[in-house]
Design a protein around this ligand. Structure first.
Ligand SMILES: Cc1ncc(COP(=O)(O)O)c(C=O)c1O
Length: 449
């Protein structure tokens, strides 16, 4: 948590916005500092190139570690699904463009968007250890990480992470598969089934009272005390960030395959559920690099946990949390229950993010049920957040203002909206049925007045 008191934070956020955030109704905030061509970060550029290369080299290794991936040319790739019925159910007019779903909720093994960054960081660490230990030549064939001598070496190391759940699943699965000891620190309110699944896969789960940030801090402290431990730092890791960012190239190639153009007359809108900011931030970084002013990225956060919105809307660069403005950070969208945005990611979003919107938990369940009825999607509540994006742009004065300011009104019919569904594959059947039941009972439609 940051050190300001409530009085000081009042000065950092525009009073009408502060009031609306505290009322916890859905809202859209647009970013006044957005730049058409943001300046590249030398660090991210270097690490991103290395990540793209490593992820490509890792394909045979992943196929070897996980037999379920044996037939997949690209083991960690998700479908881009045209969705025709959902926009009708949401009340989106045809003139608003078309909707696609980027199905990271079906990513294998980890079941969420966290597969991308998490697998990348653990494989990068494994590669460093193996090269240093003399069991892998630098730049060598990564399948050697699955050899008995490499496994014996890796098994002397621990991988430690603090997580709301899905990053833990991702790190836990890849770490155990490579032979590392995997330790995941979670807040006690993290979903029980996620903890159980990790334990069933040989991961040590440490539960803490307090929130996600507390679990991260305690994990960090434990790892620091152990010279043979590597801490995956969800709040600061560049290797996670660039692992997520690599998905932007995947989206680019899928849009091309579908014959979808992205240019001045064919804008691309991408809606990303945001927790600490690493996954949506990495993807936004990559998409802005590829498409510049023709892509418009929006984060979606729970009304109780709008940490990135608060960080970017506040004056000055000092950290500010949702607790600082009197919010609880209590939400059913467990992957998004983060009080303080990543201070690695927030500065990178300052010039890149078009805006951020908030949704109530009730709306998330309603969207989850509509996505299931119309498109057969099985997703967790966090993953439904993106579907609120096109509505927020359409309905809110801020959204309309954004369309006008960027001179987009004339080309919205040719717009492509991508909602990134970020998790769901591993949700047990009874949990999924309970989500759907709750969502079907939601009566009110989403409204960003
Ligand atoms: C399902 C889901 N969606 C989105 C996110 C947000 O990712 P990040 O915390 O990197 O912003 C998470 C994070 O765990 C998640 O589990």
């Amino acid at each position: 948590m940051s050190v300001q008191g409530i009085d000081e934070t009042q000065d950092r956020i525009d009073p009408p916005l502060l009031l609306r955030l505290r009322q916890q109704g859905p809202l859209l905030w647009t970013n006044p500092d957005l730049e058409a061509e943001p300046h590249p970060s030398a660090l991210v550029e270097r690490e991103l190139a290395a990540a793209v290369d490593r992820l490509e080299r890792a394909r045979p290794l992943l196929r070897q570690l996980f037999p379920q991936l044996a037939s997949r040319a690209e083991p960690i790739r998700s479908d881009l699904l045209p969705a025709a019925a959902l926009p009708v159910a949401l009340g989106l007019p045809r003139e608003w463009g078309s909707l696609l779903v980027k199905c990271d909720h079906r990513l294998p093994i980890a079941g969420s968007i966290k597969a991308r960054g998490g697998f990348h960081e653990v494989m990068a660490f494994a590669e460093r250890v193996a090269v240093k230990g003399g069991v892998l030549p630098a730049g060598g064939d990564l399948t050697r990480l699955a050899s008995p001598d490499a496994r014996a070496l890796l098994s002397t190391y621990s991988i430690v992470v603090g997580s709301t759940g899905n990053l833990g699943l991702s790190i836990g699965m890849i770490s155990s598969a490579l032979g590392f000891n995997a330790i995941v620190h979670m807040s006690s309110d993290a979903k029980q089934w996620k903890k159980q699944l990790l334990r069933d896969n040989g991961v040590r789960v440490v539960e803490h009272s307090g929130d996600y940030a507390n679990a991260v801090a305690l994990g960090r402290a434990e790892a620091l005390a152990d010279p043979l431990a590597h801490f995956v730092d969800d709040e600061h890791s560049i290797e996670l960030f660039v692992g997520y960012a690599a998905a932007s190239y995947e989206l680019d190639s899928q849009l091309r395959d579908l014959g979808i153009r992205v240019d001045r007359d064919h804008p691309l809108f991408v809606y990303l559920p945001c927790g600490v900011g690493g996954a949506p931030g990495g993807i936004t970084y990559g998409l802005k690099k590829l498409f510049g002013p023709d892509v418009h990225c929006f984060f979606v956060e729970p009304t109780a946990s709008p940490c990135m919105l608060v960080q970017l809307a506040a004056k000055g660069d000092a950290p500010i949390s949702v607790y600082d403005i009197g919010l609880t950070n209590r939400t059913e969208a467990d992957g998004l229950a983060v009080g303080q945005a990543s201070m690695l990611v927030a500065p990178l979003m300052r010039s890149r993010l078009s805006g951020a919107l908030t949704v109530t938990d009730e709306a998330l369940f309603g969207l989850l049920a509509k996505a299931n009825e119309t498109e057969g999607l099985e997703i967790e509540p966090s993953a439904a957040a993106g579907f609120a994006g096109p509505l927020a742009l359409l309905q809110s004065p801020k959204g309309q203002d954004y369309i006008r300011t960027h001179d987009l009104a004339g080309c919205m019919r040719a717009a492509t909206h991508v909602a990134w569904t970020t998790g769901g594959l591993l949700v047990p059947g009874p949990e999924q049925r309970a989500f759907l039941e709750r969502g079907r009972a939601v009566e009110s439609d989403l409204c960003f007045g």
